[in-house]
Design a protein around this ligand. Structure first.
Ligand code: NAD
Length: 503
C-alpha cells in the first residue's frame, strides 16, 4: 500500500475536527511522514477510500493520459454490456421500471456518453491556443484542461444508474478519480453499481460507498477537489455549504417545477403525445418531466381529449407493466397527500387519482390554484395539473414568480409564440414541440440555473465540469520589460501612451 504524503494528511486534518479519532490519526500521520503504510494510519473506511485516491493525484497528472482514460471507459462499457440483464432486473426490483425504459433511459445514455468520450476525448484534452492581445504581444497563450483530482459523485434514486455512471464517464475522461455515493432508496441498483465499479476499476481510481444521509455527510466533510451532485435543491444547499468549508468546486444538477405551455396554435395530438411521454416515463419521477401544463382555453378541450386517449393507449388502466412504480411508500403517500390537499381546496381530478400501494395511475388534475401544495412543490410523480389560460402574459408572470426551472416546454406551430416565452423567462433548458429529448443532445449543456442547478453536464460540458482550465502564458519577446522600474520619464511617457492606445 502506498505511503500517504504529508499534504494529504494536512487536508484530512482540516475536516477531521468533529471526528476525534480520525483527527488524532491524521495528526499522527502528519508527524510520521510519507513512509508509513496508510493502513496503519487511517482506519475509517470513508477517509481511507479518499486517502487512497488522494495519494495518487500527482501520479495521475502524468500517468492517466489519453490511452489510460480510454482503457478505463472501455472496461466500464464491457462490464455494463455483460451485466445488462442484471441492471434491468435491479431497476425492476427497485421500482418496477419497464425493461424498455431501463434500456432507453439508463443504459443507452451511459453507453452514448462513453462512445462520445472515446471519439472526442483527444480533442477535449488538447490545450487550446489563444491569440495574443496587444498588451501581451510577444507571448504565447494556451488553456490546458487539467484533472481536478479526487471527485465525489452523489447520485439520486430516480435514474440511479445513469446519474451515477454518466457523470463518472465525464470524470474519468477528464483524468480524475472518483468516489460515487449512489442513492439508498434504490438498494438493488446501488449494490449493482458497486459491483460493476469494483469489477471495472481498482479502488484507487473509482470506488463506490453505499449508504444514506449520514454516509453522504461524512463524504461531504472531506476535502474533495470537485463535487458533482444530482438531487433536490434542498440537499443541493447542504452540499454547497459543505463544499464551502474547503472551497471545493461544485456542479449541482437539481430539480424544480418545469412548466409546459400549450399555445392556441399547438398541434394538440403531438403535444399530448410528448407531454404524456415526458410526464409518465419513469412514473413522472424525472427531473425534467413537465411538472404542470398551461393550456390555452381555445385548445383545452381538444388537448385533454388527446391526452386521455394517449394515456389510455400507452398505459391502459394504469396497472400497466409499461408504467414504473413510485419509488417507495413514503413518496406514494406524499403524492396522495398532494392530491388530497388539492381536492380539499377545490381541484378536480379528471383522470386517475387511484392505484394500490406504490402503483399510482396517470392522474390529471384541473382547477389547480396557487394555494395548493400541488402548485407549490415539485410533484415528481404521475400527477399532472392542467391549468387553462387566456392571457399569456399572466402565464409568463407566474413562471417568473417561481424559482428558475430546470426545463421549460412550449408547444405551438408558430415559432414566434415559443420565442416570446423563451425571451421573457429563464430556465436550465428549453424544449419546443417536444419534452425530455434535449437531455439526449450531447452538444447541448445540460443543467439548471440558480435553484435548478449550477454548472452543466454531458459531452464536452461534462468534461469541462471535471476539468480545471489552467491558463499558461509563455514569454517570447514581451515588451513589458520596457516599463519595469525605475519609473523614469521615458517609462512614464510609455505608460501614458499605452493608456491612450489600449485603454
Ligand atoms: P435527494 O436530494 O433527496 O438525494 C440525492 C442524494 O443526496 C442521495 O444520494 C442522498 O443519499 C443524498 N442526501 C439526501 N439528503 C442528504 C443530506 N441531508 N445531506 C447529504 N446528502 C443527502 O434527491 P432524490 O430524492 O434522490 O432525487 C430527486 C430530486 O433530484 C428531485 O428534486 C429531482 O428533480 C432531482 N434530480 C435532478 C436531476 C438533474 O439532472 N438535474 C436528475 C435527477 C433528479
Amino acid at each position: 500500500m502506498t505511503g500517504l504524503p504529508v499534504w494529504i494528511c494536512d487536508r484530512l486534518a482540516l475536516f477531521a475536527a468533529p471526528r476525534k479519532s480520525l483527527w488524532s490519526r491524521a495528526v499522527r500521520c502528519g508527524r510520521i511522514g510519507p513512509e508509513v503504510p496508510m493502513t496503519d494510519q487511517i482506519h475509517d473506511p470513508i477517509a481511507a477510500a479518499f486517502a487512497l485516491q488522494a495519494a495518487g493525484t500527482v501520479a495521475r497528472r502524468t500517468g492517466f493520459g489519453l490511452a489510460e482514460r480510454k482503457a478505463a471507459l472501455i472496461r466500464l462499457r464491457e462490464v455494463l454490456g455483460r451485466r445488462q440483464p442484471e441492471i434491468v432486473a435491479a431497476l425492476a426490483a427497485d421500482f418496477g421500471k419497464p425493461e424498455t425504459e431501463t434500456l432507453l433511459t439508463e443504459i443507452l445514455p451511459v453507453r452514448q456518453d462513453i462512445a462520445l468520450a472515446l471519439r472526442r476525448m483527444r480533442r477535449w484534452m488538447r490545450p487550446r491556443r489563444v491569440a495574443p492581445t496587444v498588451a501581451t504581444l510577444g507571448t504565447s497563450a494556451r488553456i490546458r484542461p487539467e484533472p481536478r483530482g479526487v471527485c465525489l459523485i452523489v447520485a439520486p434514486w430516480n435514474y440511479p444508474l445513469n446519474l451515477a455512471l454518466g457523470p463518472l464517464v465525464s470524470c474519468l475522461a477528464a483524468g480524475n478519480s472518483a468516489i460515487i455515493k449512489p442513492s439508498e432508496m434504490t438498494p438493488a441498483t446501488s449494490a449493482l453499481i458497486a459491483a460493476i465499479v469494483a469489477e471495472a476499476f481498482s479502488p484507487d481510481l473509482v470506488t463506490v460507498i453505499e449508504g444514506g444521509v449520514e454516509v453522504s455527510q461524512a463524504l461531504l466533510a472531506l476535502p474533495f477537489d470537485h463535487i458533482f451532485f444530482t438531487g433536490s435543491p434542498e440537499v443541493g444547499k447542504v452540499v454547497m455549504a459543505a463544499a464551502a468549508r474547503h472551497l471545493t468546486s461544485v456542479t449541482l444538477e437539481l430539480g424544480g417545477k418545469s412548466p409546459t405551455v400549450i399555445g392556441p396554435g399547438a398541434d394538440v395530438a403531438q403535444a399530448a403525445a410528448w407531454v404524456a411521454f415526458g410526464k409518465f416515463a419513469n412514473a413522472g419521477q424525472t427531473c425534467i418531466a413537465p411538472d404542470h401544463v398551461y393550456v390555452h382555453h381555445d385548445v383545452r378541450e381538444a388537448f385533454l381529449q388527446a391526452l386521455r386517449a394517449r394515456i389510455a393507449k400507452a398505459y391502459g388502466d394504469g396497472a400497466s407493466p409499461h408504467l414504473a412504480r413510485v419509488v417507495n411508500d413514503r413518496h406514494a403517500g406524499r403524492l396522495r397527500a398532494l392530491l388530497a390537499d388539492a381536492r380539499d381546496k377545490g381541484a378536480r381530478i379528471v383522470l386517475g387519482g387511484d392505484g394500490e400501494g406504490t402503483r399510482l395511475a396517470p392522474t390529471l388534475v384541473e382547477a389547480v390554484t396557487p394555494e395548493m401544495r400541488l402548485d407549490q412543490e415539485e410533484i415528481f410523480g404521475p400527477v399532472l395539473p392542467v391549468i387553462a389560460y387566456d392571457d399569456l402574459d399572466a402565464v409568463i408572470a407566474r413562471i417568473n414568480a417561481r424559482p428558475k426551472p430546470l426545463a421549460l416546454y412550449v408547444f405551438d406551430k408558430d415559432r414566434g409564440f415559443a420565442d416570446r416565452i423563451i425571451g421573457a423567462t429563464s430556465s436550465g433548458g428549453v424544449g419546443v414541440n417536444l419534452t425530455l429529448l434535449h437531455y439526449s443532445h450531447h452538444g447541448l449543456p445540460f443543467g439548471g440555473v440558480n435553484n435548478s442547478g449550477i454548472g452543466a453536464a454531458h459531452g464536452e460540458f461534462g468534461f469541462r465540469a471535471f476539468s480545471h482550465e489552467r491558463a499558461v502564458l509563455e514569454n517570447r519577446f514581451s515588451a513589458l520589460t520596457m516599463v519595469f522600474p525605475p519609473y523614469t520619464g521615458r517609462v512614464r511617457g510609455l505608460v501614458r501612451m499605452a493608456l491612450r492606445l489600449l485603454g
